[in-house]
Design a protein around this ligand. Sequence first.
Ligand SMILES: [Fe+2]
Ligand SMILES: [Fe+2]
Length: 363
Amino acid sequence: MVSPVTDTIYNSDQKEYIEGLNRGTFDLQWLKDERPTFGVHAKPRNPKRGLTLQDINAAFAGEPEDAPTTRVMAPRGAVYDDDLPDMGYTYNEKYLVWSDNVVALYEEATARQWSATRDIPWDKLKKLPEDIERAECQIATLLSEIEMIAADFPAKWLWQMNQHFHEVKMFLCTQAMDEARHLEVFRKRALANGGGLMHCLTGTEQFLKTILHAPTYVQGSFLMHILGEGIVLDIFRGGEFLAQNETEKEIYRLCMQDEARHVSYGTMHLKYYLENHPDREKALAEMHTLADVAELGIPGFLTNPFIIEPLAVLMGGGVKHIDQGMDAVRLIWGRMREEYLSRCELAGMDRRARTRIPAEAPY
Ligand SMILES: [Fe+2]
Ligand SMILES: [Fe+2]
């Protein structure tokens, strides 16, 4: 039996529709709508890889506009009601969030997810001399502390980015997941072999705070993706020398893959921002001013005994060989500076004549 259509639950359009249904009449407007994408067949360019976002974007010219006029969650390319609610996004221009490699990076990120529980050979972790174990755990503590900033920071801005740029938001979700896993794997390493969690430093957290509270996305992205994560990537790249066993080698190797994507997005985002900003010179000058201040933190980071001494112990092979380890730390200083300057250059912000990071370590 059909229940009576009450006055209180349904509005007049709904009542009319229900009455129509009860007479056997359907609306079927969804069958009559003009469909901009009807008839589109997106095929995988590489069937072995599967159907990528690049494939579907190419199939129906699904590239984002520079300045979409809508502020809605409706997917790009769909038919919209004309009174969809405004979501209140504040990042509504492509240059504020985009990078030309973000679609490819998202596909890579989803293809290369790994498990800190399953994919690390934890059974290869062996008892280490106390100085080595402590050094490994001091670095693991530092990494466990700092990794989640690169999830918190994008999460803070995510909802403010227009859904029209969904690829950027999806990529930042993979970054957040990567960082959760990095926190996890370094926390597990610290607690897996007797060393435990060690010392956390005020200076480190002050830098994390400047990222989290940066006034704009591009400023925080520069501090985090290009400066902070760039340095972390350099540490991961040296993982072969820091690792004492297969367990640690695999941890550093897998984290390095993830981190390279984050740094790559940030570098290419800054490039896109600077190339497409309506007032490029002003934008470039502002980013230089930010870098002038931010770079001053690097010499402090690389003269902190809780950071450089454990690195030297791991690379030298124990406290007895800390002098040899310091040779390696000096090399790291030069390499970090060089890689950072290269990233800035790639983004179109040449810092070579202006950088505040000394070319050589003062020790
Ligand atoms: Fe990370
Ligand atoms: Fe990262």
